[in-house]
Ligand binder design. Structure first.
Ligand SMILES: O=C(O)[C@@H](CO)OP(=O)(O)O
Length: 251
């Protein structure tokens, strides 16, 4: 058995709706030109640190799939095996999908806005199955039993749907001793980091993940981080970007 294992987490680069400040969730928006640059830069950081991924896991959303491709291409690792799962998708934002964050804050006030954005167990109102920004009948979820298709999710729901994939698909890859890259989303990665670092339901509200900056976790034999919180490959850029994610919605 190896002494330690390597896991790299990467949030997709800036998306079109990140740039417009809209709640996104499961809406399948693309990267902006800046998001593409972030992805390429993320891949270069991996190569410069000698952290060449051997195996890739992504969500089934375009912004994560394209970020992974651009990053791996930049690191000359575009050929590695990949598995994708809806369980790595962004948190489903319910009826907030497509809504402007600043307008939502102005309409509902700071407390409700932050409860919806960052509380562990308060989901936004459910989205009707036939609403404009519903993914209920999207072909990529056709194999998913009706009752598993979310209409809204809080972070607790994300932890519960993500962990089976962590244990059944990602952990076996990590235990091979190869470098595993997971490209996903702000809130699905918050759910994974909560699990890895054992962060409390209250404290997770204060944790934000920046776009496009690889986060390295060295895990011990018990699959717990050797360094709490892992290591951002560009800590200064990460600190700055974390502040801006935290303040989204505020002018
Ligand atoms: O809109 C979303 O899906 C997420 C990530 O962009 O937003 P937030 O950071 O507000 O949870």
């Amino acid at each position: 058995m190896a002494d330690s294992y390597r896991l790299v987490l990467l949030r997709h680069g800036e998306s079109a709706w990140n740039a417009k400040n809209l709640f996104t969730g499961w809406v399948d928006v693309d990267l902006t030109a800046q998001g593409e640059e972030e992805a390429i830069r993320g891949g270069k950081m991996l190569a410069e640190r000698g952290l060449l991924p051997d195996l890739l896991h992504t969500s089934v959303l375009r912004r994560a799939i394209r970020t992974a491709h651009l990053a791996l291409d930049a690191a000359d690792r575009h050929w590695i095996p990949v598995r994708r799962s809806w369980r790595l998708n962004e948190r489903h934002y319910g009826a907030l999908q497509g809504k402007d964050k600043a307008q939502t804050l102005a309409e509902f006030g700071e407390e409700q806005f932050m409860l919806w954005r960052r509380s562990y167990d308060t989901p936004p109102p459910a989205l009707a199955e036939d609403a404009e920004y519903s993914q209920f009948d999207d072909a990529r979820y056709a194999q998913l039993p009706h009752e598993l298709r979310p209409r809204t999710e809080c972070l607790k729901d994300v932890v519960e749907r993500l962990l089976p994939y962590w244990y059944d698909a990602i952990v076996p890859d990590v235990l091979t001793g190869r470098t595993v890259l997971v490209v996903a989303h702000g809130n699905s990665l918050r759910a994974l980091v909560k699990h890895l670092d054992g962060i409390s339901d209250d404290a997770i509200a204060g944790l934000n993940i920046p776009t496009g900056i690889p986060l390295l976790y060295e895990l011990g034999a018990d699959l717990r981080p050797l360094t709490a919180g892992g290591e951002y490959l560009d800590p200064a850029a990460a600190a700055e970007a974390i502040e801006s994610v935290k303040n989204q919605g505020r002018k």
